[in-house]
Write a protein that binds this ligand. Sequence first.
Ligand code: NAP
Length: 307
Amino acid sequence: MAEKIALVGIGKIAVDQHIPSIQAGSEWELAATVSRNASVDGVESYTELNALLAARPDIKTISLAIPPQPRFAYAEAALKAGRHVMLEKPPGATLSECHKLEALAKDAGVTLFATWHSRYANAVEATKTWLQDRTITSVEIVWKEDVRRWHPGQEWIWQAGGLGVFDPGINALSVLTEILPQQVHLSSAELEFPENRDTPIAANLVFDYPGGAPVNAVFDWRHEGRQTWDIDVVTNDGKLHLSNGGATLYINDNLVQEGPDREYAALYHRMAQLVANGKSDVDLSPMVHVADAFTLGRRIVVAPFHF
Ligand code: NAP
């Protein structure tokens, strides 16, 4: 039987992905929503999370599809009310918030799932398997997109805690931390901040990989040409090109895997498994790299950004 779930934040990603994925599957029933401005046809709606938590003790799972800055307060309230919680990426505005949520979930004996949707892109698992026994000689990440096209009018991404270009960039880092046989750490970074914004519009990251292979990432939100979400890995035994944000895999220029988008269907399936097994899944490694970039990165001020 489907478990009841409530979705908080009926914005872009809720409409594009969460609602269709919940409603298409058999594991979850969208029993209620919380939004200050929106609702879903045929679904009970609340404007405040606390009202929902009080009125619907039968809804045991809360999925948060809101920006990172307000996320902690919502997650804390849900966990303290004994509900399982699913977090959109990034799991919070700070690492310490996320650690606190982990501890709350543990104390309450409920599931906390910090989702990384890009890890469920079609070709990520095959990429990880192929790289497992190979020696990496270089990794190049290029994540270049047009912010006006993908985030029209979204002010929160430009405000402190909104991550700026790391909002998509952290997706690349979630894939990187999933596919590499050994973990990297940041050794230098340059972040470009529009003079009128709190968060960066572009970033160049350099990582250390055990053995010395160069691992670099370029994120740029000013890109109007072909939208690019690519990872190239050269190994001792051929080269790999993971494109379309992890959806398409080429090995030595041959197409090996591509397929339909199944990221959010997979996330909700994973959440159902975690709840059923009484487990949590909170991997903060992509966010550690972002935090490191803000700590270590050289700040460069660039032209103002206006929508
Ligand atoms: P969005 O459309 O700008 O906002 C989502 C919802 O968050 C809105 O419906 C709004 O709810 C609520 N919200 C905004 N500010 C709030 C605040 N201060 N307090 C409480 N609720 C607030 O954002 P989005 O693009 O869906 O992104 C939401 C999250 O999903 C982000 O963490 C983002 O990184 C992640 N994500 C986005 C995409 C994408 O393509 N956009 C893809 C993957 C993941 P109300 O209706 O109550 O105003």
